[in-house]
Design a binder for this molecule. Structure first.
Ligand code: SF4
Length: 363
């Protein structure tokens, strides 16, 4: 059996590994993203490539060095560069002398099934279903627990308590091979996280929504752990982008897209690639839900997010919600991000206290 690898993106390796293991394949999970991954990606990528491209290339080099033989990568179609990622990465890796097969997952459920047979052999359909079920259950449990983590970091009893519980949860979910056990593990950890609740660290609830390009939103290494930083600052974080939501959308099985498109319509009526339109639509939806602020995350040179960044100030003014846009590349540094986050959160807190007319009482 050939060894399979795939890009590293947050905890996505857990369901992806489960899927291939259920089918009897061995997987080579790329090591957690590090400075070495980034340096490798930067060294061999075109300078103008977006940051996720570089990190994924670094992932693949590290996995191929550990014996991976098949690379599984997402594909897509215009208008942004994502649709070319796999082909360009494949060409670079071959030029570097690596020997491997590449399987590109294209949008649409059935177009992929035919091609799966070419790369992975004749896997009977009845074996695919339980594997997909196991992977989906794990992904859904992870997303559900992480939603809670984003809320509860802002009011945990002890600093770092929620992160520790979440890490233990990921370990257990990764190790289980029983679908029934996933539900029990999820329930157990949900209770543990809820038990860690105390007062809000800032004395009031500040809610920030994260929008932007999917890789920057989901992968803590590249966004410099922005969600953890916000939690430590006492902020409740929410977002719409999760692996399960993205998968449903990617396979054309999601009903949420219509709501987002309707919300974005007044400002950006067309699809512009990536999650550019989603950033606008979700910013409007979060303003309607009376969130205190929105943070847009994107890689430097990301075309769809550059479009939405130019529109977000108008959304901010008309919908009455403060928006902070943060663009990242390989030179982004902790201190700059921390300072901007602290300033933004202080602004939101002061704004909220003034709006609620409780400035004097709360000081
Ligand atoms: S969405 Fe942005 S970062 Fe992602 S591939 Fe397209 S241009 Fe690059």
């Amino acid at each position: 059996m050939k060894k399979i690898t795939f890009p590293h993106m947050a905890d996505m390796y857990v369901p992806v590994r489960a899927f291939f293991q259920e089918l009897g394949f061995e997987t080579v999970v790329p090591p957690a993203i590090s400075k070495k991954t980034l340096d490798l990606g930067v060294k061999y990528s075109p300078e103008f490539a977006c940051l996720p491209f570089k990190i994924n290339l670094g992932n693949f080099i590290e996995a191929l060095e550990r014996g991976a033989e098949i690379i599984v990568m997402g594909g897509g179609c215009g208008p942004c560069r994502f649709g070319y990622y796999a082909e360009v990465q494949e060409a670079i890796l071959r030029e570097l002398g690596y020997s491997f097969e590449m399987f590109v997952i294209e949008p649409g459920l059935f177009s992929n099934y035919k091609r799966i047979r070419n790369v992975f052999g004749n896997i009977p359909f009845h074996r695919l279903l339980p594997a997909a079920r196991m992977a989906w259950k794990k992904a859904a449990a992870i997303d559900e627990i992480y939603r809670l983590v984003l809320k509860m970091r802002a009011c945990e009893k002890k600093p770092g308590q929620v992160n520790k519980i979440y890490d233990a949860f990921i370990g257990e979910i990764d190790n289980t091979v029983s679908v029934d056990k996933i539900r029990l593990i999820k329930k157990e950890y949900e209770e543990k996280i809820k038990d860690s609740k105390a007062e809000y660290k800032r004395g009031i609830e500040i809610r920030i929504a994260i929008v932007g390009e999917i890789y920057l939103v989901l992968e803590p290494f590249v966004n410099l752990e922005i969600e953890r930083r916000l939690g430590e600052l006492g902020v409740v974080v929410e977002r719409e982008l999760y692996i399960t939501n993205w998968l449903l959308d990617f396979l054309n099985l999601s009903g949420e897209r219509k709501l987002m498109e309707r919300a974005a319509g007044k400002y950006l009526a067309n699809f512009v690639g990536g999650h550019g339109q989603d950033s606008i639509g979700h910013a409007v939806i979060y303003a309607e839900k009376a969130f205190d602020g929105v943070i847009q995350l994107a890689p430097f040179t990301c075309m769809p997010e550059i479009i939405s960044r130019s529109i977000l100030p108008v959304v901010s003014r008309e919908e009455g919600i403060p928006v902070l846009s943060l663009f990242f590349d390989e030179h982004s540094a902790d201190t700059g991000i921390q300072t901007r986050l602290e300033a933004f959160v202080d602004l939101l807190e002061r704004r909220k206290i003034l709006q609620e007319g409780s400035f004097c009482e709360s000081r």
